[in-house]
Design a protein around this ligand. Structure first.
Ligand code: PLP
Length: 398
């Protein structure tokens, strides 16, 4: 018997099911650096409105130089986990930079925020404790919670009366941790971290915010939700990624209370058993945080771009989800329409993504536009004009 034969048939069926549901994900090849203007394999040049390149740093010349310099000084790879021989002075310097940026006590780096979230709960909490999680939290938080024995509670997205109900239900446990994304990636709404913090105080709970889409974006100088809500230093745990606003390469972190970070270094499995970040990435990230400490120019430009785009799209008559971030959801409701509209926008040179069920709730299909500090006014105008042209053609606008 060939064991693989039956399994192969099984996989073929699974793949077919994904395809017939219209959920098979195709990848579009880019043959240029990640940037505002990208070149597709077809040769077409398009304006990119679907990257997490919020500060426009993905192809930044200074960052590339910093990465090259760090690679020349400290080599290509670490060939070790942190606690054996994978810690350079650069890793410690970056951890300190991140703590300064967020106003926290200490930071621990990971290969990705997926790992930071995957490795944060299990070392800290046991079956005696409770995790109270927003229903729209990122997949990596959901997976991290699954790896932990704490009792799980879930509240409806950003719904404070439901959170309060869950907190009341969780009073029997020893410790309580409320977990939320800072910005929810499909709507662009900011979690009400001020109200979450107040409820946490009332019901003796700690708070964790995943700042992946909010760091570098939200708050006057882009320090994230703790800046926006004047809670710097108050939230016990923040996680974040180096893969979005901060250059977009790879890497994640947990930053917060010193003892929490200390214990994670001892017990967090993705930290203990996965390779150390390469010097090039660490060196470029140090450069990024230094630069963002000196000036908030990029964050201000991004905020201006987002406000300009939202205003123009509203004036044009589009139905937008209220946003406080660099994510703007253009509501179309119909799944097919969202795909048709994205395809026609691409032929107008505007690269955006249409999302529909199950990525977003049923009959809530939309096009998600992501703004960047690297967009110029004429790029934004070109995008709005294309939306208006295709919107009229497809009957979205009167
Ligand atoms: C993107 C994202 C992650 C994953 O970050 P990586 O560093 O790419 O693994 C985790 N959480 C949230 C909320 C995200 O948006």
């Amino acid at each position: 018997m060939n064991a693989y034969l039956n399994f192969q048939k099984h996989l073929a069926n699974e793949l077919l099911a994904i395809q017939s549901a219209g959920l098979y994900k195709e990848e579009r090849w880019i043959v240029s650096p990640q940037s505002v203007k990208i070149r597709l394999q077809s040769g077409q040049e398009v304006l990119n409105f679907c990257a997490n390149n919020y500060l426009g740093l993905s192809d930044d010349a200074e960052l590339i130089d910093a990465a090259i310099q760090a690679m020349k000084d400290r080599g290509y790879g670490m060939s070790s986990v942190r606690f054996i021989c994978g810690t350079q002075d650069l890793h410690k310097e970056l951890e300190a930079c991140i703590a300064r940026f967020f106003g926290t006590e200490d930071t621990i780096l990971y290969a990705a925020c997926f790992d930071a979230n995957g490795g944060v709960f299990e070392p800290l909490l046991t079956e005696e404790d409770a995790i109270i999680s927003d229903s729209l939290n990122h997949a990596s938080i959901i997976d991290g919670v699954r790896l932990c024995k704490a009792v799980r509670y879930r509240y409806a997205n950003a719904n404070m009366s439901d959170l309060e109900t869950q907190l009341q239900a969780a009073q029997a446990q020893r410790f309580r941790l409320i977990v939320t994304d800072g910005v929810f990636s499909m709507d662009g709404n900011v979690a009400p971290v001020d109200e979450i913090y107040a409820l946490a105080q009332k019901y003796d709970a700690m708070v964790m915010v995943d700042e992946s889409h909010s760091a570098g974006v939200v708050g006057k100088t882009g320090r994230g939700t703790t800046e926006l809500f004047n809670l710097r230093g108050k939230i016990e745990i923040l996680t974040g990624t180096l893969g979005k606003a901060f250059g977009g390469a790879i890497g994640g972190f947990t930053t917060g209370k010193k003892e929490i970070v200390d214990l994670l270094r001892q017990r967090s499995r993705p930290y203990l058993f996965s390779n150390s970040l390469p010097p090039s990435v660490v060196g470029a990230a140090i450069h990024t945080f230094c630069r963002l400490e000196q000036s908030s120019e990029l964050q201000e430009k991004l905020r201006g771009n987002a406000a300009f785009f939202v205003q123009k799209m509203q004036d044009a008559g589009f139905d937008l989800k209220p946003t406080q971030s660099a994510i703007c959801a253009v509501m179309l409701y119909d799944a097919k329409l969202s795909q048709e509209m994205a395809a026609q926008l691409l032929s107008e040179g505007i690269y955006v993504t249409g999302f529909y069920y199950p990525v977003v709730p049923k009959d809530q299909a939309r096009i998600r536009v992501q703004l960047s500090a690297a967009h110029e006014k004429e790029d934004l105008d070109q995008c709005v004009n294309a939306f208006v042209k295709i919107g009229k053609k497809l009957g979205v606008l009167k």
